[in-house]
Design a protein around this ligand. Structure first.
Ligand code: ZN
Length: 288
């Protein structure tokens, strides 16, 4: 948890300050913006307010609308859309399956944050984006939440694997795989969330960390390093197989969301919920 970032109440107050001299349309919901901008700094929030005004002007709005604010939030959070980048039809189709895979797995797993938006419009350095936003500020993350994050993070690659075949997967998962590996390693090394014998031990090597001196007098051995690698691998394997179970049990919904993405390019939270409302959680993917 970063120290010094404003909490939800503070964010709402900061947003109100930055919007006070701007022509905000009636009904624009700064409270829900405060809720979903967890992790933003004061400067980010000021940026969102300024971007909102710029975007409203560009759209020839006399007042800043909800959609101007949403677009500003997304620009600040992950970078501008790159509508000019031309994607081939084939790339679009793969991206649509890939993002639908992330969204479907995240939607179905019980301890995942809800889907905020899915898009196949390239943004920042990515082909498409599936966003999950926690409903409110969260201080702690539980083991099952971490595991659902891991599984949904692999959902894109697994969807490709199921649709295209294991040898035709693409570089679309280029950043998903390192972030899943990093998350799994963090769980094992820093959070004491390994799956077997390493549970409740931490292997932090920061200088002067009390916990490190209590648990491990010396740096950990080759044997321990190997045990850590094994545990990371088993977390990733478990996550991939849960993602596979969820997608295979809900192929119809993968197709439905993929088709909608190809049609509209961006699908928001409400529509994702509607489209996937019949999707089932398969027993095989259950953790408890
Ligand atoms: Zn992905």
């Amino acid at each position: 948890m970063d120290i010094g970032l404003p909490d939800r109440k503070d964010r709402e107050a900061i947003l109100k300050v930055h919007f006070v001299k701007k022509p905000l349309a009636k009904g624009v919901d700064l409270d829900s913006l405060a809720a979903k901008s967890a992790g933003s700094s004061g400067a980010d929030l000021a940026n969102i307010a300024n971007e909102s005004a710029i975007i409203a002007a560009r759209n020839s709005h006399t007042e800043i609308t909800q959609s101007d604010v949403t677009e500003a939030f997304e620009r600040v959070a992950i970078g501008p859309e790159r509508k000019s980048k031309v994607m081939t039809e084939g790339d679009k189709r793969v991206t649509a399956y890939h993002e639908a895979g992330h969204a479907l797995v995240g939607h179905v797993l019980p301890d995942s944050d809800p889907v905020h938006k899915v898009t196949i419009i390239p943004r920042g350095g990515t082909g498409g984006v599936t966003w999950f936003i926690p409903p409110e500020d969260r201080v702690f993350v539980s083991l099952v939440q971490f595991k659902d994050m891991l599984a949904r993070g692999l959902g894109g690659r697994i969807a490709e694997e199921i649709i295209l075949g294991p040898d035709k997967v693409t570089t679309g998962a280029g950043s998903d795989l390192p972030s899943a590996a990093g998350l799994a390693r963090d769980m094992v090394v820093n959070q004491g969330m390994g799956s077997k014998k390493l549970r409740n031990q931490v292997f932090h090597v920061d200088e002067g960390m009390m916990i490190e001196r209590l648990v491990h007098e010396r740096e950990y051995s080759d044997e321990t390093a190997k045990a850590i690698d094994d545990e990371v691998e088993s977390l990733i394997t478990e996550a991939a197989s849960r993602a596979r179970d969820v997608i295979k049990a809900n192929m119809h919904y993968l197709e439905v969301l993929k088709d909608k993405l190809l049609e509209k390019e961006t699908v928001d939270a409400e529509e994702v919920k509607q489209l996937l409302s019949g999707a089932q959680m398969p027993k095989a993917a259950a953790l408890y």
